[in-house]
Design a protein around this ligand. Structure first.
Ligand code: HEC
Length: 417
């Protein structure tokens, strides 16, 4: 009896099926880290330590298990089961188990021969761009404990209007650039603000709801892919417009210099331009000391539209936002539920499949704020005071931007502002 048990377990070991062999760095773990982590966890990335080789991964094996089991890492703030997204940054249950089992087995290296090929990093994500723009003057990012939101104006000088299909970004210093958005400005406002500020660009934290921030051209975030828009759909870049780059620098312990570049890809044949519905509530008043303050906003579609993505926006006190669509037939559909909002990651959630919303659909936004001492993001709010709507980052916002195309009016050029 004892013999036969020994014998069969020996057999299982020899057969070596994946189920009963512990995972190794060479075979499984390196691949998971390469796909989901090293974009940020590398010497020049926003992650606080590097995970690009075996000694580095082994040194953090316990933290990796903890942070992935709790779904703290990779950073992704939407609750699973409430919408599916093209730019999702999440591990599968299987991958989380593998990372845990690897730590439990003593974080073995395995066989060097199993290591994956190194990723070749091409210069631009989607091939040769149609236009490359660069911030003209390097910006000095000062060592600080808070974030710095800076805008830079880049003239386009293109011969006619364009439809943008995709955008890629090369940060000058990737360890401090968290999030980048590009907007079109035809008003000259951004140029005026730029002239008034002596340093390169201007302080965008004072202008969070300015005119030019209504016209999104593209978005980029460390370690995230925003796939190009599908054929025939583009974001409108008017002739003669400036491109305004809004860069979210996070805290840095060393003073550094950044000069970011952006690549634009045009849509050759455009049938529909993307429009944006700004769903806002400007009457919010978050009382001093209050955790769990709730406020709502609503928007009704006046035509048959197809939603392609949604972007929740609050400032530092925001903790959660849930966005739902009530369809005319009575059906309810979740667009996104960001259950632990983090101001640093101002992600747009791009739907895996476009969502048709018939005329009369009501989009309902429910937002939560914490203006109490428990909120660790509170630093600029001392002493505690009531916080209201405002363009300054020190004020609050309740906004959800829904990007959509309008089926009834194809090629409708978005109105000039
Ligand atoms: C988009 C960038 C990004 C990606 C992708 C990413 N991380 Fe991180 N990670 C960070 C940042 C930034 C921090 C520092 C903590 C913070 O600021 O939130 C961090 C912190 C950590 C920590 C420390 C956690 C703690 O409790 O302090 C661990 C462990 C970690 N990451 C592991 C991973 C693993 C494993 C992956 C891949 C599965 C991953 N990260 C993917 C950006 C990233």
């Amino acid at each position: 009896m004892v013999l036969s048990v020994l014998f069969s377990s020996r057999l299982a070991l020899m057969a070596g099926t994946p189920a009963d062999r512990s995972p190794t760095y060479a075979e499984q773990v390196s691949r998971i880290l390469q796909e989901h982590c090293v974009a940020c966890h590398q010497p020049a990335g926003v992650g606080p330590f590097s995970l690009t080789n075996y000694p580095e991964a082994k040194a953090f094996a316990r933290e990796i298990r903890l942070a992935t089991q709790s779904r703290k890492e990779p950073p992704w703030f939407a609750l699973p089961g409430y919408g599916e997204f093209r730019n999702q940054r999440q591990l599968t249950v299987e991958e989380i188990k593998t990372l845990g089992a690897w730590f439990d087995a003593g974080s073995p290296m395995g066989n060097q021969k199993d290591l994956p090929q190194e990723h070749k990093q091409s210069m631009w994500a989607y091939g040769p761009p149609d236009a490359i723009l660069a911030v003209t003057e390097p910006y000095t990012v000062a060592a600080s404990v808070g974030e710095d939101i800076r805008c830079f104006v880049m003239p386009t000088n293109l011969p006619g209007p364009k439809a943008i299909r995709a955008m890629d970004v090369r940060p000058g210093d990737p360890s401090v650039v968290y999030h980048v958005r590009a907007f079109a400005d035809v008003t000259g406002l951004a140029r005026r603000l730029d002239v008034q500020d002596r340093k390169s660009g201007f302080d965008c934290s004072l202008n969070m709801g300015s005119l030019f921030t209504q016209r999104l051209l593209g978005e980029w975030e460390a370690g995230m892919t925003f796939p190009p828009l599908t054929d025939g759909i583009g974001r409108y870049l008017p002739k003669g417009a400036d491109v305004v780059l809004e860069i979210h620098y996070h805290q840095t312990y060393k003073t550094t210099s950044d000069r970011t570049k952006v690549a634009l890809y045009f849509q050759p044949h455009v049938q529909q331009y993307v429009k944006t519905a700004a769903i806002v509530n400007r009457t919010i008043r978050v009382p001093a000391g209050r955790a769990g303050y709730r406020a709502t906003a609503e928007w009704v579609s006046t035509g048959d539209i197809v939603a392609i993505g949604v972007s929740p926006h609050m400032h530092r006190l925001g903790t959660a936002m849930r966005i739902k669509a009530s369809l005319p037939g009575g059906q309810m559909r979740d667009l996104v539920w960001v259950n632990r909002y983090d101001f640093r990651w101002q992600t747009s959630y791009m739907f895996k499949e476009p969502i048709p919303l018939a005329k009369g659909t009501i989009i309902r936004v429910e937002a939560f704020y914490d203006n109490s001492e428990q909120n660790l993001n509170l630093s600029p709010h001392h002493p505690l005071h009531e916080s209201r709507w405002g363009n300054n980052l020190k004020d609050e916002m309740l906004a959800a931007f829904v990007e959509y195309v309008d089926l009834k009016s194809p090629r409708n050029v978005p109105a000039q502002q």
